[in-house]
Design a protein around this ligand. Structure first.
Ligand code: HEM
Length: 344
């Protein structure tokens, strides 16, 4: 009689007794508030899983000693891919809620005030753990306070704490900066087509990049110099950007397979999150037009701003600006191809 029972294992009673539409008391047949609650709950469950995976990936990077060839690096890439799949799924869920019309929503909207998805602690935790910084936020004056419609003090504390912990972005930058493949020992036999210099490879790459630019792109070269060799971009130092570009250029080398997958997946996560922001923003405009949100922001206008601004890995994605054709890539020295180990 002590066999585990399905409903007990997943605590189904708790789950299924957690929907309490506030407007149902006065309605005979109910309305779409049930759908509204269930959709939000489904999102929060998936947010929970995403945070769980993000923490595991951060744990892998924090453990140090990442072997990029396999093991941890493969595991990190795999967990991030799972986040991608979850995001693809939750993006589709928007259309389920869109079966509710603006008039249907008005039947119960006032019952929600001043609650809003803006108060989703888990959503903020995902943003913080990925590495989106407070100062990079659109309308950041909306965030760091606990007045009506904002996060509770306890939730705010938790989000602030997460912002102070190592973020996935910070950890990836540190990992990129530790990449050893520009050590001189790997480059002794490199045959440079230009004059030898400490960074022969990059002087060749510079030439090839300059030649690849069309007449109208003159300013691009100066930007390339600035971003990759002097100032970096955003949080990424020139060293981290060079490593990321190098991985992207030579991703066909077996040793770069997982590192490339990882970088590519970070861009994918950014893209899918922005797809979600767009779908949510469009839905909001259909539901409430340009009215203010229940959480007290300007509503659709605010959400449109987050769409163009809230990216954690923009610098990684925009590295595509500095790529050249495969056929023009400098040939790498054998020592680098054969011996480089990313045991750091
Ligand atoms: C009828 C459907 C919905 C409407 C009209 C709506 C409206 C809004 C509005 C106006 C905001 C801006 C904050 C405010 O002033 O309230 C907002 C933010 C937000 N909503 Fe929704 N929402 C809807 C559905 C959802 C769903 C299903 C989710 C899933 C969890 C969600 C999650 C969020 C999140 C996370 C934010 C914060 C976004 C950010 O600050 O970047 N919303 N929502």
């Amino acid at each position: 009689m002590d066999d585990l029972y399905y409903g007990d294992y997943i605590e189904l009673d708790t789950l299924l007794n957690s929907q309490h539409p506030r407007s149902f008391d006065r309605m005979e047949d109910g309305n779409d508030e049930m759908l509204f609650i269930i959709i939000h709950q489904a999102y929060e469950l998936w947010f929970k899983q995403m945070i769980f995976e993000l923490d595991r990936v951060r744990g892998i990077f924090m453990g140090g000693n990442i072997n990029d060839n396999a093991g941890e690096m493969g595991a990190a890439a795999h967990k991030l891919k799972r986040i991608v799949k979850i995001l693809e799924l939750v993006n589709q869920q928007v259309s389920v809620l869109e079966t509710m019309t603006a008039l249907d929503f008005l039947e119960f909207r006032n019952y929600l005030l001043p609650a809003s998805g803006f108060q989703s602690k888990q959503f903020r935790l995902i943003e913080a753990k990925l590495g989106l910084k407070m100062e990079e936020r659109h309308k950041r004056e909306y965030y760091k306070h606990t007045r009506r419609g904002s996060l509770s003090e306890a939730d705010m504390l938790e989000v602030t704490r997460a912002e102070g912990e190592p973020t996935l972005k910070g950890l990836v930058i540190a990992w990129l900066e530790r990449m050893p493949f520009f050590d001189e020992r790997y480059w002794a036999e490199y045959v440079s087509s230009s004059r030898a210099s400490a960074d022969k490879f990059w002087s060749d790459y510079r030439e090839a990049y300059r030649e690849s630019l069309s007449a109208g792109e003159g300013g691009r070269y100066a930007e390339f110099e600035k971003v990759l060799f002097t100032e970096g971009r955003g949080d990424l130092t020139p060293k981290a950007l060079q490593a990321a570009l190098f991985i992207t250029l030579y991703r066909e080398l077996p040793i770069f397979q997982y590192p490339f997958e990882l970088l590519n997946t970070l861009s994918e996560i950014d893209e899918l999150l922005s797809n979600w922001r767009y779908r949510h923003f469009s839905m909001v405009r259909r539901m409430i037009g340009i009215r203010a949100g229940t959480g007290g922001t300007s509503g659709a206008g605010y959400l449109e701003g987050t769409l163009s601004q809230h990216y954690a890995f923009r610098e990684v994605t925009e590295l595509a600006t500095f790529l050249i054709e495969r056929s023009k890539l400098p040939e790498l020295p054998g020592a680098l191809k054969d011996k480089v180990s990313f045991q750091v």
